[in-house]
Design a protein around this ligand. Structure first.
Ligand code: 16C
Length: 258
């Protein structure tokens, strides 16, 4: 009938498919579960070989020296305790693109290639060049998630962000001036509340956040081992101190986001 009368069939866009239908979803589920499990393990439980390489107050950073095809891929595990912020606030600032240039000092450029859902994005980033190696870029999905607090069901939720390299047909690796790095990163944050005295309000002074940051970066191509190790020994502590100070600064006069 409609064809006979010549009326136009309304073209309504299909509804946004939930992230669980996305091609990356099975990998995201698998990686989040595995990364969270690893991040929850203490340094002693992860097997031997973790060496402390940086320490500053509550912040401790460990690495394991590993090479694949002659390239340094040292896994890193860092723990930090920061007062006055929640795990949700830390993860929100780590995940959300609008803050990234404020705290990510190795960054040259960042684009969101795909919004899979509110909690899952695909990023393309170029980083500053380290002499004498070629410049690097990274293409990765990033997923933020609230996890149940199994040990204290009434306590605040645990939050995590997992970043993991992926590919995109329009941005093949090693296609221009950059060499593509491969990264797996997990940030896991647990808030502790020290209850205020009776009748007193809960303030940021009652909060503390235990942060675990685990990372494995494969440089994807030649880079001198000594330079690479010197760079990450300087850059990882700088990142964690700067980033946590940034979150404190951003949240100090805002309502607490549990
Ligand atoms: O996890 C972090 N940031 C997230 C959001 O940006 C995301 C990004 C991970 C970036 C992984 C490193 C990419 C290569 C960077 C090249 C280094 C530039 C240094 C410039 C110094 C002037 O998950 C926080 C990431 C903190 C990064 C610390 C630096 C790690 C260096 C690892 C060595 C990379 C190999 C480079 C080979 C030349």
């Amino acid at each position: 009938d409609r064809l006979k009368t010549g009326s136009v069939i309304p073209v309504t866009p299909p509804p946004t498919s939930p992230a669980t239908n996305h091609r990356l979803w099975p990998e995201i589920e698998r990686m989040v579960e595995a990364q969270v499990m690893m991040a929850k393990m203490g340094i002693g439980e992860c097997g031997s070989g973790w060496q402390l390489f940086a320490e500053d107050g509550e912040m401790k950073m460990y690495r394991r020296e590993e090479e694949v095809d002659g390239m340094v891929v040292d896994p890193l595990k860092a723990v930090h305790v920061v007062k006055g912020i929640t795990g949700h606030e830390v993860c929100h600032h780590f995940f959300s693109p609008q803050y990234r240039y404020d705290w990510e000092t190795t960054l040259e450029h960042m684009t969101v290639l795909e919004t899979i859902s509110d909690d899952t994005l695909v990023f393309l980033q170029t980083h500053k060049r380290i002499w004498p190696a070629s410049q690097r870029d990274g293409l990765f999905w990033s997923h933020i998630r609230k996890l149940p607090n199994e040990k204290d069901r009434d306590g605040p939720d645990i939050w995590t962000v997992v970043n993991n390299s992926t590919d995109h047909p329009d941005y093949p690796p090693n296609n221009g001036k950059c060499v593509r790095v491969f990264l797996t990163v997990c940030l896991l944050c647990q808030t502790t509340v020290d209850p205020p005295k009776e009748g007193m309000p809960l303030t940021r002074d009652n909060l503390s956040c235990k942060i675990t940051y685990c990372s494995v970066v494969n440089p994807g191509g030649w880079a001198p081992a000594s330079v690479l190790r010197a760079v990450y020994k300087r850059e990882y502590p700088k990142f964690l101190k700067r980033f946590t100070a940034y979150v404190k600064n951003q949240t100090q006069s805002k309502p607490i986001m549990f």
